[in-house]
Ligand binder design. Structure first.
Ligand code: ATP
Ligand code: MG
Length: 261
């Protein structure tokens, strides 16, 4: 095998295990006498290792959907199953535990704690784990290495570039080994070159097996994903494989043919 090929990560085939199942989800906000149907009957299934982009006009319900998926908010009605568990039946404390252990959330504005170093920010979600500080530090360090930031672990957020801040936020989202990584416009505050490098990081995580959903307004970001969902007025308007998915499937087919011959 030539060196360039050896360096290329193998594309992990999509599993059959269902990670997310939504059935007829609604989220209605009441503002005075007005009722806003931010989510208006969303049904959706996501399998392990899927890589999904959610697009749609401003106000179409993308962040509301992410907040429900991330257990930051509850649906008004409908079923939300995560790893086969019905989250709608959970108490607030149990839902908070699910959020901590099984959801990684990345925000447009990074949401790092400004007084803490990169490594302490990444350790934060491990505070509830029973492991001692040495093992927590080791875990945080290895995740920072995974996102390419091992040389910035003692920097505070104001000593990091925008792209580096987002890498810290991604490391924090990954530190508990989540079932799903959710990112709401993760490149919204970054220039186009930095956005591309952040998307390459998401690609790498997907190739390593991570299930990912990214909300974006940008076509080039969405085309990193393998499935693109468009929302309109709180509903799913279209749900299609991306060109990248077709290209990856062709590549996997040729790899298999090569192995068979
Ligand atoms: N806390 C809230 N209270 C009342 N209405 C809300 C609330 N949050 C969102 N909405 C309304 O719900 C709808 C969906 O909002 P949401 O933030 O999900 O849109 P979005 O697709 O993420 O938009 P953007 O692309 O601008 O981020 C909008 O009409 C919005 O005004
Ligand atoms: Mg939004």
């Amino acid at each position: 095998m030539i060196a360039a090929e050896a360096d290329k990560p193998t594309i992990k085939p999509q599993g059959d295990k269902s990670v997310i199942k939504l059935k007829d989800i609604t989220r209605i906000y009441k503002v005075g006498v007005e009722r806003i149907h931010a989510l208006d009957g969303i049904s959706l299934e996501l399998k392990e290792n899927e890589y999904v982009a959610v697009m749609g006009a401003s106000g179409s319900g993308k962040s509301t959907l992410m907040n429900v998926l991330g257990c930051l908010d509850r649906a008004t009605s409908g079923y939300y199953g995560l790893d086969g568990q019905d989250t709608t039946k959970l108490s607030d404390a149990a839902l908070a535990r699910v959020r901590n252990e099984r959801i990684g959330f990345v925000f447009q504005s990074f949401e790092l704690l400004s007084q803490l170093t990169a490594i302490k920010n990444v350790e934060m979600p491990l505070i509830y784990s029973r492991n001692g500080w040495r093992s927590r530090r080791k875990r945080a360090q290895s995740v920072l290495e995974r996102v390419g930031l091992s040389d910035r672990i003692k920097h505070k957020p104001n000593q990091l570039s925008g792209g580096e801040k987002q890498r810290v936020a991604i490391a924090r989202a990954l530190v508990c080994g989540p079932s799903i990584l959710l990112a709401d416009e993760p490149t919204g505050n970054l220039d186009s070159k930095t956005s591309e490098s952040i998307m390459e990081l998401f690609d790498k995580l997907h190739q390593e097996g991570q299930t990912i959903i990214i909300v974006t307004h940008e076509e080039f970001v969405a085309h990193h994903a393998e499935r693109i969902i468009h929302m309109k007025d709180g509903r799913i308007f279209s749900d299609m494989p991306s060109n990248r998915k077709k290209a990856n499937e062709t590549e996997m087919y040729h790899e298999e043919q090569g192995r068979a011959s």
